[in-house]
Write a new protein. Structure first.
Length: 198
């Protein structure tokens, strides 16, 4: 698949089959992430591959975090919500947790650039999965950045989970995409005077 076609045709697809993703395919996705750019070649990304019952602890932590925002977790309504939360990681046969571990004590490394590198790795992985015929979805939200999530994946104090990539074989074709006109977000600056109109 042509890279520009891959960029334009990739969609967030959450509806996937419960069919295992072969390890060979998973390794190609991980390899794509590992080839993302990073300042000073720090490679600050960390990948955690969750399959089978390896997805269960993620569900438990998501439920624990959800309980913190409930006045009474024991009510029937809240119990149903918690049961649903426990099953979230099982929406796809493969979940790859992506985290960043900023390089410590490096005089030139800036934390925001370390995050940028890990986000670039995520995009590489989403595009690779699409090119390999998988549907994928990058899930985040407040629980992603909770201290319990950091603990689950053994991250340092500076480390941070940046999201969960849900992958599987799609149940349907991706819908067509749409973007705003490019002119809405681009300014061409060919002369110093061009800056006056920014």
């Amino acid at each position: 698949m042509d890279i520009l076609d891959a960029i334009k045709t990739r969609r967030s697809l959450g509806l996937v089959k419960d069919e295992p993703v072969p390890e060979e395919i998973i390794n190609q996705i991980l390899e794509a992430g590992n080839w993302a750019p990073s300042h000073f070649r720090t490679e600050p990304w960390r990948f955690f591959v969750l399959r089978g019952e390896g997805r269960r602890p993620l569900g438990k932590v998501l439920a624990d975090i959800a309980k913190e925002n409930m006045d009474d977790p024991s009510t029937e309504t809240n119990q149903k919500k918690l049961e649903k939360t426990l099953e979230k990681p099982f929406r796809a046969p493969l979940v790859i947790t992506v985290a960043v571990e900023p390089t410590p004590d490096h005089p030139k490394v800036i934390d925001v650039e370390e995050y940028g590198a890990a986000f670039a790795a995520i995009q590489n992985m989403l595009l690779a999965a699409h090119g390999l015929g998988l549907g994928g979805f990058w899930r985040t939200g407040k629980p992603t950045y909770h201290s319990k999530m950091k603990k689950l994946f053994g991250l340092s104090e500076k480390g941070e989970v940046l999201g969960f990539l849900y992958f599987g074989y799609p149940k349907r074709d991706a819908p067509p995409g749409k973007r705003n006109d490019l002119n809405n977000c681009v300014k061409w600056l060919s002369d110093e005077k061009d800056y006056e109109n920014l």
